[in-house]
Design a protein around this ligand. Sequence first.
Ligand code: NBG
Length: 798
Amino acid sequence: MSKDAMKDSVLAHLKYALGKDAAHATVYDWRIALSLAVRDRIVDPWFNATRTVYRADAKRVYYLSMEFLIGRLLEDALVNSGAHDEARAAFDALGLPFEDVLYDEPDPALGNGGLGRLAACFLESLSTLGIPAMGYGIRYEHGLFRQRFENGWQVEEPETWLTQDHVWEFERPEAAFEIGFGGHVHGGEDRAVWRPAEAVIAQAFDTPVIGWQGRWANTLRLWGALPKQVLDLGRFNRGDFSGAAEPEALARTISRVLYPDDTTEGGKALRLKQEYFFTSASLRDLLRRFEGDHDDWRDLPKKVAIQLNDTHPGIAGPELVRLLVDERGMAFEDAVEVARGCLNYTNHTLLPEALERWNEGLLGYLLPRHMQLIERIDELHARENPKRKVSIREHGEVKMGDLSFIMASKVNGVSALHTELMKETVFRDLHKLHPERIINQTNGVTPRRWLRTCNPALAGLITDTIGDGWIADAEELERLEPHLDDAAFLERFADAKRANKARLADWIGKTQGVQLDPSAMFDVQIKRIHEYKRQHLNILETIALWQEMRDHPDGDWQPRVKIFGGKAAPGYHFAKEIIHLINSVARVANADPVTAKWLKVVFPPNYNVTLAERLIPAADLSEQISTAGMEASGTGNMKFALNGAVTLGTLDGANVEIRDRVGAENFFLFGMTAEEVMARREVEGHAAAAIAADPRLARALDALRNGTFADGDHDRFRGIADNIAGPDWFLVASDFADYWRAGRAAEAAFRDGAGWNRQAALNTARAGWFSSDRTIRGYARDIWRADPPDSFRTVAAE
Ligand code: NBG
């Protein structure tokens, strides 16, 4: 499409879809008009893909996830459909600010963190690779809360992305299922009849997900909850107006809000309802699709691969068995075999508080038939494995991890270390019974969004240097290596980083009112706020650094900017205190005339995909400092490396593999290993000993207790100080000294401009393996046994 055709299309949509005249159009109007123009270009490849899959009767992958953190869609669609340059040119010709239009789009926060963003990267890679797939999830009316700071404290506000037109989705009133809850089960063991006490309608909303170069598009199908009956007319006529609207309100709560917590289980009935709601709708949808062309249910695993993204859709096992037995007349044991042939499960955390368990009373009340089937599945597994020590049910609870494991063909971890720890810890007994079942698939990120789109300066340099093949095959980035001995290339690499930092400094100046020196070292930690991720270790080191600078105001300090971003779960008090501490240190340190030229602390609020896209390209140092053994993988760590930031990190999650690939000399390692962590926790008084041995740490902790950052209030940060001095489960004290050492080593390396630059460029050159295309190929090969249809290439040419 030419620039003029794009311009005409945008103007036509502005006029006929929005009813606006160019002279009176707002940024919002232009954004919607442009989105519609780009959407037009996606619909054909999307239809073609669907037709091709039907024609080839190809196996489909179904990715079930409570969260899809898709980020803004317009720029992604522009870049992947190849319309970006024409669109920019068209907007230039119209005299309109293209960037403002792109940033006008709200970021749909339909996820908490890594798990949801991974699902979004996977969808994009599935489309890029032409693998027939569908993402299934919930269309939350309110995504993750919007974060604001008030006197440094986190304040949560509802996210309202749907108050604007959301033109990327197509409503599908015809794709709807009735989802029941509660009630009673009648009849025998097989072919029981479940009569639910209440029901809601799950209705589909489809969003096309376009792959690189617009060759293929899969669908993200999100379910919205609607009432069976909009209005209780009887109550309305009796004058009970608010009561009359009750059925609607009740039903809609199911897809109203995303649970704002990615590590602890709310244990709420509503959450269980949400999980069953979208899992059941998705399974019934895919069975209906299969039913259209096939008549033997035993063939289901040949056509259907289902991936359970963590245990949130773990009820899929019993639900699929129920649909096959009660609604299609299959024998129980056959149904279990068919279900297991289709289902696979990804584990994303070892934190015990995050492993879902449902009270049997609650499960039996909301899903009585499923509770019966879970008992039978458990008995069958016991019969098949007479030596087993475990049971799905324990202390009156159903362990969703064990249920998902037992009902899956393959169970995977998300980094090499995490997978090994899974075998030794949570699934130790099940792994002994089924040693083939657990495999590893190290996470990845899409290089389209996380390099090509978010970092045009670096992407342009790479393409000038090695061509654009890296966008489809990120491992081609290795071809940069020979250029790392070319001073001119390294200078251009440094220029790109400098430009990104200047841009970020400008934005921070405007939005946060803090002036940053773009030549300082930009040191970034962005992720959910959690004790295991140890933002408090980072801020403690910041305090110690600030104190030393004050002691030696004539010192030759390396200027450093500490940038934080992340939300705390609303009920996680300690995490909120950490946020308050960071903001309090920022307030004091940024205003200190002695240190302000060397040290700045900034914490832009409401961290989300869009903010990550701003921050990552401008980072020099990537903080990946979790307690070893606790971060399953991490994916931010990969995005930083890809964008030429050097990691300061522990041997945790995928950091281990990043270090292996970029080389130990290009990675600042510190801290205990996972094994050492486990051993140290057994040592009584480990924190006190670490503090006694390190005056610097003792003094930083004192500053928390003497009111330095709390206008003299000695108690404000006592909780954090006491925790680090006391139980210190996350070993902040024990890792502090080594973290301090590594931080100084990173600063020294940064001072040596050329050497640092080379390290940074090496990170980019060697991080291509962390593309989600590589991850998806692994899943397709080892788990799903699904391929792109033979005609994928011909379709692209059509
Ligand atoms: C998160 C882990 C991360 C990992 C992502 C994606 C959950 C439950 N787990 O380390 O904490 O990168 O999953 O696999 O959100």
